[in-house]
Design a protein around this ligand. Structure first.
Ligand SMILES: Nc1ncnc2c1ncn2[C@@H]1O[C@H](COP(=O)(O)OP(=O)(O)O)[C@@H](O)[C@H]1O
Ligand SMILES: [Mg+2]
Length: 225
């Protein structure tokens, strides 16, 4: 097997609660190979969002390591981590999190002003919106788009800097089953065409069935294979 794209090693996350410390993640380890789509399942409160946040470098583990593309991100200083995250990790959330006053094209362009100060931002963003099937919705604002379309804008925004890893936290959670299936279809084709590695949290068996592999989290620990 080739070197994994993502390696999560003995990740523990504890938070202070009064004078105690509560355990959120109790030693989580797994690898993702490049080009895999893996579903993270588990009941509400099992630690899925916490784990995704740590993998994305938005949050730090209490102990343990996250190694992404050969770099130990859990130990990077904040500035380097922010730069690495911007170029290596795309994120999609249940609630889309688009900026309501900006058009689809403007929302998708936004990350390019952080990662790349030169270049043809509008043309590139348009191209990515076309890739997700929204070439006809460039100048619509989020309120003028369906939930499924808004989530596709969010996917385009997550991918505009061409990160190798896409992390999606319950991306179909606010969508009806038809739009959810269409979104999964899109993610599968992006995985196949771009060689994207995808880690997504979901409650939904139909969504998880589209993944290559399922990881099950319960009370902050992964169930055995
Ligand atoms: N900032 C926080 N402070 C205290 N507890 C938290 C915090 N964030 C998450 N938790 C707790 O950690 C556990 C895991 O939460 P979360 O990762 O959101 O689970 P999931 O995404 O699987 O629903 C829950 O018990 C939650 O209440
Ligand atoms: Mg969650």
């Amino acid at each position: 097997m080739t070197e994994p794209t993502l390696s999560v090693r003995d990740v523990i996350k504890e938070l202070p609660l009064g004078s105690e410390r509560i355990s959120i993640l109790g030693g989580v380890s797994f690898d993702l190979q490049a080009g895999e789509m893996v579903a993270l399942m588990g009941p509400s409160g099992s630690g899925k969002s916490t784990l995704l946040g740590i993998v994305a470098g938005l949050d730090r583990p209490t102990s343990g390591d996250v190694i992404l593309d050969g770099l130990e991100i859990s130990r990077l200083p904040e500035r380097r981590l922010a730069a690495f995250r911007a170029s290596h990790v795309g994120m999609v959330f249940q609630a889309y999190n688009l900026i309501p006053t900006l058009t689809a094209l403007e929302n998708v362009q936004l990350p390019l002003f952080v990662t790349n100060h030169n270049g043809h931002h509008a043309e590139h963003a348009q191209h990515v919106l076309e890739t997700v099937g929204l070439g006809h919705r460039l100048h619509h604002r989020p309120s003028q788009l369906s939930g499924g379309e808004q989530q596709r804008v969010a996917v385009a925004r997550a991918l505009v800097s061409a990160p190798p890893l896409l992390i999606a936290d319950e991306p179909t959670g606010n969508l009806d089953s038809e739009s959810g299936a269409a979104l999964m279809e899109l993610l599968s084709s992006l995985r196949a065409e771009l060689g994207l590695t995808i880690l997504l949290a979901t409650h939904n068996d139909a969504v998880a069935a589209r993944a290559n592999r399922v990881l099950r989290l319960r009370d902050g620990k992964l169930a055995g294979p």
